[in-house]
Design a protein around this ligand. Structure first.
Ligand code: LUB
Length: 235
């Protein structure tokens, strides 16, 4: 069965929106403000990902982005607003990723696998994903309400699992909602352990293990190919 071995998952994650400074042409003031906001957000994500919420200050972010604290406050009134914006930015990307994955015309189960592959690539290389995950893990310490974690993602995977079920892709005894919860829990568990023990260094490998153990167990067995029956018509 397909294990998506050779798929370039990186291309599924939306490209960074940061453009180089001094790009050609005059920029509208609003466009420039948006770009500045993105730069601040990206730098904040890097620091949140590295140090966590409590160990990050607006001053750290301002230094990282080489602006004054005032410039940062112009776009984000406080640290909570920065944290919320990072998490919102993360969640805003999944529908984009889903569209890209859907565009590949894979089966529902392979679409699930590809979404997790994309999440793996993001966790390994994108500060927004790294920071969003860390901030959600620290959500008690972030003194502002963040969107509930895992819920949208689990619903998305459930929807795909139901499609897989409808197409006979899941083994008969598998409940699609249970399969979705187990897949999301296994992904997050592997992510959390890899992050804490090895600073994510082994996560690609850990995710492949989860994927290649879990998904074959969910799949319906292929229908046995009808072998030419030599007993009926011996010659
Ligand atoms: C997504 C994260 C990181 C799911 O809550 C969530 O849904 C998410 C952090 O909590 O990415 C990625 C499988």
């Amino acid at each position: 069965m397909s294990q998506n071995k050779g798929v370039a998952v990186e291309s599924l994650w939306p490209a960074p929106t940061i453009r180089p400074a001094g790009a050609a042409g005059p920029m509208l003031r609003q466009e420039r403000a948006e770009r500045t906001r993105e730069q601040i957000l990206h730098c904040a994500a890097r620091i949140f990902a590295e140090r966590g919420y409590q160990q990050t200050s607006i001053k750290d972010v301002a230094d990282e982005v080489a602006m004054t604290k005032g410039a940062v406050y112009f776009h984000f009134p406080n640290k909570q607003a920065l944290a919320v914006a990072v998490v919102d930015e993360l969640y805003s990307r999944w529908p984009v990723t889903l569209d890209a994955v859907r565009g590949k015309g894979l089966s529902p189960l392979d679409t699930v696998i590809e979404m997790f592959n994309a999440a793996t690539a993001a966790f390994l290389e994108d500060p927004i994903m790294q920071a969003g995950t860390r901030l959600q893990n620290e959500r008690d310490a972030v003194d502002v309400e963040l969107p509930l974690p895992y819920v949208d993602w689990t619903n998305l995977i459930s929807t795909l699992m139901h499609e897989a079920h409808g197409q006979g892709q899941l083994a008969r005894h598998i409940d699609p909602d249970v399969a979705a919860r187990v897949a999301v829990a296994a992904f997050f568990g592997a992510q959390h352990i890899s992050d804490n023990l090895h600073g994510r260094a082994d996560f690609a490998e850990r995710w492949r293990e989860v994927r290649d153990t879990l998904f074959p167990a969910l799949r319906a067995l292929p229908r046995p190919v009808a072998a030419p029956d030599r007993h009926v018509t011996p010659r």
